[in-house]
Design a binder for this molecule. Structure first.
Ligand code: FES
Ligand code: FES
Length: 169
């Protein structure tokens, strides 16, 4: 089955078995191996990418469902020589140990900051309207779909908080 979408701003066309997940299409067909396969069951968030700006567990989504979509993977943010602000803060705060979950954490944080900026509440927000303050608890709740088996969580939250503060300035 044919599917066409944009990946990191580039038009890509694939002819895939309809059962191929978005994650496998990215990793195995487009050689974009930044997105990781942790659990392959929607439980760890290592495969998180943005589809039309929204966070998606790409292991749970079929590639053919995304005709015409804009897909962003970790390769579409910064480069090794020119990290984007979140990537830079993950380095500065030691927000990783093995690094396996890191691409998913950074993609999820990218989507999460956009959701928060739009005023979307979380389960721990005081109010359902207005912009929530990105407290430690607020960031933890919004990032709860991303697991880090090395437990770098405090540093991950600090990195996100610092990137959010810098974005607001
Ligand atoms: S690999 Fe997709 S959620 Fe774990
Ligand atoms: S840094 Fe190792 S799983 Fe997150």
């Amino acid at each position: 089955m044919k599917v066409s979408f944009h990946v990191n701003g580039e038009a890509r066309a694939l002819d895939l078995d309809p059962r191929v997940t978005l994650l496998d299409a990215l990793r195995d067909h487009l050689q974009l191996t930044g997105s990781k396969k942790g659990c392959d069951h929607g439980q760890c968030g290592a495969c998180t990418v943005l589809v039309d700006g929204r966070r998606v567990n790409s292991c749970l989504s079929l590639a053919v469902m995304h005709e015409g979509c804009e897909i962003t993977t970790i390769e579409g943010l910064g480069t090794p020589d020119n990290l984007n602000p979140l990537q830079q803060e993950f380095v500065s705060c030691d927000g990783y140990q093995c690094g396996y979950c890191t691409p998913g954490q950074i993609m999820s944080a990218t989507g999460m900051l956009a959701e928060a900026a739009e005023g979307a509440p979380s389960h721990v927000s005081d109010s359902l309207t207005g912009k929530a303050e990105l407290s430690d608890a607020e960031i933890a709740e919004r990032m709860s779909g991303n697991l880090c088996r090395c437990s770098a969580y405090p540093f991950i939250r600090e990195a996100i908080s610092r990137a959010a503060e810098a974005e607001e300035k």
